[in-house]
Structures are given as C-alpha cells and as structure tokens.
Write a protein that binds this ligand. Structure first.
Ligand code: F0G
Length: 482
C-alpha cells in the first residue's frame, strides 16, 4: 500500500493489490444486533460470524492470503515424517531469520507452551516489555511469574513517542540485580506490543536489551507474532533504517535474539507457529516436547498445506507494499476518529485501532468492565466486532479480587488486505455516533466466569436496560437505516 498524493492535496491510502475472491457480508438491523449481543453474553468472542458485519475481532488467521500462497498449498507433501514441505519451510525460515533450527508448532501459544516448559522453573521470573494473555497464562502454569518493564510512555494512552513498546533499560538492569540472573527464566521482547495498542519496539532498544542479556548470560526470547507491523515502523520511524531492506532488518533481529518464535496466524498469513534458535542445547530441550504436545517434528500439529502457505507468506512479508497496508489503514481509522473527538491510542500502532474506553465511558466504574461494555455497544451500533483489551482480559488475583487493567481498550483489528476504505469510514462514522451518545452505555457483570482466560468464553449481562435505550436512540437518529 502506498500513500499517494491526490490532486486535492489529500494523502489517500491506495491499495497495491486487487481483490479476486470475495465473501458476502450481512448487516443485521440494530434490534437484531442487540438481541445477538445479549444471546452471546455480551462477549464478542461468543457471537456467530454470520451475525457480524465487519469482523475486527482479530487479525489472527484471517488475513487475506495471496494467489501464490494458495498455489503453494496445492503442492504440499503430507508424509507423516520427513515431509518435503517441512524442508521447504525450514529453508525459508533459516534464510529469513538466520537461525539454525526450526521447530514447528500448531500456533503461537503452542510455541509459548514449549518455551515455558523448557525454560520456566517454579519460582522463576520472566522479564518482558509487556505480557500477552497466553504467554502469561502458560508461564504461570509452569510455576513462574511475569514482570513487565515497558517504558513509561508505553502506558500512556496518548503519547507522541514512536516506540512505546520499548523496554526500560534502567528497569531491566534493576530487575536483574534484584532478582538475580539464576532466577530469571528468560527476557522476552514482544514485537508490536499487543496489549498496549500494537505499539512497536525499536531496533535500538532490541540491540540494548540483547547486549545486556549476552553480558548476563540470560536467554533472550523474541515474540515475532506482530513483526510485520513492527518492521513497517522500524523502517518509517527509525531514521537509520530508511534505506535498509526489510530482509536485512529481519536478519539483524534474528542475530540479536536466542529464541525467535511467532504465531503463523499473524506473521506469514497462514495458520501455525514456529520456534527458531541456533543454540544446540535449547533446541535439544525444546525438541523433546514437540512430539509430546504438537505432533511429529516435521509438522508439529500444522497442516502441511498451511506450512507451504507460511513459507510463501514469510517471503511476502519482506515487501513494504504488503506490510504497510494494516498500519496505514489503522492510521486512517484512528485519524478519522480523532477528528470526531473519539479518544484513541496514539500514535496509531499496528494490529488495530485501539479506542480508549476509560475516556470514552468515564461514567462506567472499572468493576463493570468499561472496555467490555464499550465493545458490546460498538457491535450494537455498527455490527462491527471488536475485542475487549482491559480488565476482562486479566486474570483475577489469587485472593479472588479483580486485577484492574492499567488500560481499558477496545481493539478494532485490521486484518491484512481484507477491508476497504469505505468499510473503515463506516466504522468511524458509527463509533462517532456512539461517542455522541456515550452516556447511554452502561456496565456489565459476569454471570458465568471461567477461572482461566475468562474473556474467551465468559458470559455477562447488562447492568440495567442500556442496550434497549441505545437501540431506541439509534432508530431516532438513523430512521430505518441498518
Ligand atoms: N503472541 C502475541 C503477541 C499474540 O498477539 C498472540 C495472539 C500470540 C502470541 C498467541 O498466538 O493465537 O497463534 O496462539 N494473538 C491473537 C490476537 C490471539 O487476537 O491478538 P496464537
């Protein structure tokens, strides 16, 4: 995607691809959207896709695949052991990231499970810029804990810092001194820091963290699931890389880190996961878990067709036309919302546009799940399905009390090359309407609350009859429009 200057002077994002396969969408009337939301326990994970208009829940496994990826799927070798597909993918990954070994797994969290099994001792601490839900849950499952060292700017919803995902180097040095390197399972950097709004990490920061880890003999793990967007930001926001090829940036990242893993549902636009390392000992330890939890070591729970698609997808990630589409659309959506007064995370990052629910719904108490409430209201107002990224996505403290999230965000993910600009404009318009009527939105309370990863399948109900009032106002303002 390129930002092309038009005669009018505007910079309009211009797609550098054409759409050759389509899926019909369905936009239910507002009354039905409210009914479907209630039936889904006010949890957008429990909606049926047939009832959703624009699915911005996630980009995971739903990015548009290229014609070359589909073509590659046709020549997959499905032998249980020693499949040619494995060797093709292995070669692409070795060449792209400069690592000696590749271990396949069925998705990103499976990689995290293997890494946690191999490295987390009970009582040990994993230091990271910020946690991701599955990462933290799996480290905790293995008896470890997580400490976050993100820079202060990272937790400011509005900021002009270009790399809000950076780790605070002073905090890292302090934590190593306090905890002691033998009690640190690993240091983890997450590219495109998911839970603080898809915010990138700079190469400068990764170099510094790597230097410290090498000095101390601590394993540096790099979660590259959101690397595509992060690469775009390294190239456009870090002067040094302006003229450096994407593939060379990726090679440097590979060289700076000891374990490199990713969710292929995000990076590589296929469905699977990969762990890469050049360390013989780490490889031998992790490899043992692959046949136990995933599948034989030449497929690791992935379909061979997806492995072929991943190999092509990784190569296509090295192209700015491919990786710029999501960040540029996110910027367009965020800027449109900002111009209409809606509070969003700034600067716009990768992965999705993140709405600041705390400021959007100042009247809702945090115990009533501010971001969860706004997320449900957005679906009712628009048929757009977003994801709650706030207190509902946290686990309760061991004593049962709520762990209040620092940020209450609603994420509108922008899958790669899936939506059009008019769909983005529609989304902004409905959310701007909701903002004008924000006082109508009320809170939620749990009626069924799972103890682990509750946001996936927990069920809630509205506090009061606010969904009904919202529908009434919608009808008043939009007449018989959907
Ligand atoms: N790490 C990061 C940074 C992620 O964003 C995800 C998934 C994972 C690991 C786990 O990968 O889903 O393949 O098991 N993020 C998805 C999302 C679920 O919607 O943001 P997975």
């Amino acid at each position: 995607m390129s930002k092309i200057k038009f005669l009018s002077g505007e910079n309009i994002p211009l797609e550098m691809h054409k759409v050759r396969m389509v899926q019909k969408l369905n936009l239910l009337p507002v009354e039905e959207r409210a009914k479907k939301m209630e039936e889904a326990g006010y949890n957008t994970f429990l909606l049926k896709n047939r009832d959703v208009f624009l699915d911005m829940l996630t980009d995971s496994g739903v990015n548009a695949m290229s014609e070359n990826q589909y073509a590659a799927m046709m020549q997959a070798d499905d032998s249980y052991a020693g499949s040619e597909t494995f060797f093709r993918l292995e070669k692409v990954l070795q060449e792209s990231f400069g690592k000696k070994y590749f271990l396949p797994a069925h998705q990103g969290r499976a990689c995290e499970h293997i890494i946690a099994r191999a490295l987390v001792k009970p009582g040990s601490v994993a230091l990271m810029n910020f946690h991701f839900t599955t990462t933290k849950a799996l480290i905790t499952l293995c008896g470890g804990s997580v400490e976050e060292l993100i820079c202060d700017e990272g937790l400011k919803v509005q900021s002009s810092a270009p790399f809000k995902g950076d780790m605070d180097i002073d905090k890292l040095n302090e934590a190593i001194g306090r905890i002691g390197k033998d009690n640190i399972s690993f240091v983890r950097i997450e590219a495109g820091t998911n839970l603080v709004g898809g915010q990138p990490v700079s190469m400068r920061n990764i170099r510094e963290v790597s230097k410290i880890c090498r000095r101390e003999g601590i394993t540096l793990v790099f979660d590259a699931s959101l690397l595509a967007d992060n690469l775009y930001f390294i190239k456009t926001r870090e002067e040094e890389f302006k003229n450096v090829e994407i593939c060379d940036i990726v090679k440097e990242l590979g060289a700076l880190t000891d374990i490199f893993y990713f969710s292929g549902r995000k990076l590589g636009t296929a469905r699977g996961g990969a762990i890469l390392t050049s360390d013989d000992k780490l490889h031998a330890t992790m490899r043992e878990f692959i046949p136990l939890f995933e599948g034989f070591i030449t497929y690791g729970g992935m379909s061979v067709r997806e492995m072929e698609a991943m190999a092509v997808g990784i190569r296509e990630t090295m192209d700015m036309d491919v990786i710029s589409q999501t960040p540029i659309f996110i910027e367009a959506l965020s800027n449109e919302l900002i111009s209409r007064g809606v509070p969003v995370v700034t600067p716009p990052g990768g992965l999705g546009c993140h709405i600041d629910a705390k400021r959007f719904c100042e009247h809702i108490p945090q115990e009533q799940y501010i971001a969860g409430s706004l997320n449900a209201a957005i679906f009712i107002a628009s048929g757009v399905r977003g994801m709650e990224r706030g207190t509902m996505s946290e686990q309760r403290n061991p004593d049962g009390s709520e762990h209040m999230s620092e940020m209450e965000l609603v994420r509108l993910a922008i899958p790669k090359r899936v939506f059009t600009l008019s769909q983005i404009k529609y989304t902004a318009d409905r959310i701007a309407w909701l903002f004008e009527n924000r006082k109508l939105i009320g809170g939620l309370e749990f009626v069924e609350e799972p103890s682990v990863l509750r946001f996936f399948f927990g069920r809630l109900k509205a506090v009061g009859n606010w969904p009904e009032l919202l529908v009434k106002q919608f009808r008043k303002d939009f007449g018989d429009s959907l």
